[in-house]
Design a protein around this ligand. Sequence first.
Ligand code: DGI
Ligand code: FE
Ligand code: FE
Ligand code: FE
Length: 188
Amino acid sequence: TVTREALLAHVQSKMSTKRFKHVLGVEKTAIALAEKYGSSEEAASIAALIHDYAKELPMSEMKSVIETAGLNPEMLNFGSEICHGPVATELAKKDFGITSEDILNAIRYHTVGAVQMSLLEKIIFVADFIEPGRSFPGVDTARAIANQDLDEAVLFEMKHTLTYLISIEARIYPETILAYNAWVTKGK
Ligand code: DGI
Ligand code: FE
Ligand code: FE
Ligand code: FE
């Protein structure tokens, strides 16, 4: 597989300095969570470095990746925010030869989450939300929860994101609601 140095160079070449800083913050946070919760730190690093690899791709290129890979074309109606994770997953296979389904799913579901999530998927989902560069109201609460209970942090993030999206009258991707419904009833 690809070395961290090669990955860093490729990823950096595809995005703004600001977004690359975010990616490094996600990597650092994901490695710390992996250590804390007993997951592979190497897998956390690779998934974190690739998670936003497609974020600045033009929609025309996203569309062609989605069509070629046979992904659900419905996501195109929700723009780059919803498409960039699944598209990065395809590019991770093609550009970097990533074959670990766990790493690929962590990249795929990093924006929306999923009904069932592996430890690595939860780590990338939460690390993306709480990395040191994030500064929205509630981020310190999210960091404190992530330090205590990773599942609670996933649910907190889903509630926070959905509340935010509704407040700005954004359209909710159906998978976002399915994930929220599954997590909000866990343990009840
Ligand atoms: O790529 P990042 O900015 O690091 O973070 P992200 O991939 O977690 O989220 C990107 C954006 O996607 C974030 O501003 C919230 C938005 N988003 C998440 N779920 C939905 C959504 N946007 C819409 N319209 N609908 C959703 O269901
Ligand atoms: Fe993202
Ligand atoms: Fe996120
Ligand atoms: Fe991100």
